[in-house]
Design a protein around this ligand. Structure first.
Ligand code: SF4
Ligand code: SF4
Length: 175
């Protein structure tokens, strides 16, 4: 099973879109009630310089109901989910939650997902890890492998078909 399967389940997509739109509606109500545009979220945002839109502007656009514009913006894939915007907000608003919901809506709408996300999902499905085990190079230019540190080898999922089905089920439940 691959990410294509996740995005090609028409019935599930319909349900997902309904749930995600309801979630976005609730988030829109919350930000309309509580966000006073102080921009504290943006001042702590780790990806601030990379973002096409800053977190407080995303909140402002959601307040105005401009969901289509947000779903099509690159920012939803650039946010690194550090949660600082949530931690810093004096009003307990979570711009990162808005970004999660927008990413979910983009997937449910069949939009192209950046390659890095697809690669991570494929790696989780095949290895149970977000990436293959890497060797490390220290500042002294010494290459260290897992074995060198006396760490045991990592095991892959034994029954990969069952594992993949369970992961995809979880993804659909949590979307
Ligand atoms: S920190 Fe909170 S209240 Fe301030 S702009 Fe960001 S979301 Fe709105
Ligand atoms: S979670 Fe995303 S939007 Fe929020 S501070 Fe981190 S990078 Fe910025």
């Amino acid at each position: 099973m691959s990410i294509r399967d996740l995005t090609s389940m028409a019935e599930a997509q319909g349900l997902q879109r309904k749930e995600i739109n309801e979630r976005l509606k609730k988030l829109q109500n919350d930000v309309s009630d509580y966000c006073f545009q102080c921009a504290k979220c943006t001042s702590g945002c780790e990806a601030h310089k990379l973002l096409e839109l800053e977190p407080h502007k995303i909140v402002a656009l959601l307040k105005k109901g401009l969901i289509d514009e947000l779903v099509n913006a690159d920012i939803i894939w650039t946010c690194m989910s550090c949660l600082k915007c949530f931690e810093r907000c004096p009003q307990n608003v979570a711009p990162v939650e808005i970004l999660y919901a927008l990413k979910n809506l983009a997937v449910a709408n069949g939009k192209q997902i950046p390659g890095q996300y697809t690669a991570i999902l494929q790696s989780v499905l095949s290895l149970g890890l977000i990436q293959d085990i890497q060797t490390m190079t220290t500042k002294e230019n010494i290459t260290i492998k897992r074995d060198d540190l006396g760490l045991p080898p990592l095991s892959k999922p034994v029954d990969s078909a069952t594992f993949q089905t369970a992961i995809m089920k979880l993804a659909l439940e949590k979307i």
